[in-house]
Design a protein around this ligand. Structure first.
Ligand code: HEC
Length: 193
């Protein structure tokens, strides 16, 4: 019997998947480029605050800073553009970052694409989605789990880190990640005028 590779199998499953809405409609290149550069700016804002605080004040202080600053940093970056920008994940720390149905679908597709061998550093998806009367441009980019992330999202958190996480986020799901896992995604949307 001829064997079918896992990649071929996944590719055909993806092709047949009824999950994609308006998959034929992709974003104009100009919008994709805008979204990419916003993700870059937002991501480096977050990372520089995180790295500086981890270095100068340690993980407990960095947890507090993530808790109070992640939202305002997202808002600042959204305000600078026409896009709404946020982060989401299949396993969230802050429940207000929980994915909507479309985002959860794309996050699951990211996992399938990763399993099929795609590099998560460049993994993205964009789509034009119709919501009632509104046409919405949507863009997501995978966020890889790096070494720096494991102190707060890994499998073994230090006791003081773990209790601070539980204190701030009693419903936390965002641990148990390994290096190279997809931690979540940046998610951007804007209404097409
Ligand atoms: C000092 C602890 C700490 C470190 C280190 C850390 N995070 Fe987080 N992370 C948090 C906290 C706290 C939140 C919740 C922020 C909020 O309330 O919006 C969070 C939220 C997130 C979210 C949003 C989805 C969710 O779960 O709510 C993503 C995505 C994320 N982190 C990715 C990363 C990545 C990638 C790294 C490594 C580059 C990283 N984190 C490192 C503490 C940390």
């Amino acid at each position: 019997m001829k064997s079918i590779s896992i990649n071929m199998l996944l590719t055909s499953v993806l092709a047949m998947s009824p999950l994609l809405v308006n998959a034929d409609e992709t974003l104009p290149m100009q919008d994709i480029q805008q979204a990419r550069s916003l993700v870059k700016a937002f991501g480096s804002d977050l990372k520089s605050v995180l790295i500086t605080t981890m270095k100068t004040a340690g993980p407990i202080k960095a947890l507090e800073v993530c808790n109070t600053q992640a939202g305002p940093i997202a808002e600042k970056n959204s305000a600078l553009s026409t896009w709404d920008i946020a982060r989401t994940s299949l396993k969230v720390r802050n429940t207000s970052n929980a994915p909507d149905v479309w985002e959860a679908t794309i996050l699951r597709q990211f996992e399938i694409r990763k399993a099929a061998g795609e590099n998560i550093n460049t993994m993205e998806h964009s789509e034009v989605v119709q919501v009632g009367e509104k046409t919405v441009l949507r863009y997501m980019k995978a966020i890889p789990t790096g070494g720096l992330c494991l102190a707060c999202h890994g499998s073994k958190l230090a006791d003081d880190v773990s209790s601070k996480v539980n204190e701030l986020y009693p419903n936390d799901q965002a641990t148990g990640f390994k290096l190279g896992d997809i931690r979540g995604a940046f998610t951007l949307q804007k209404i097409k005028l």
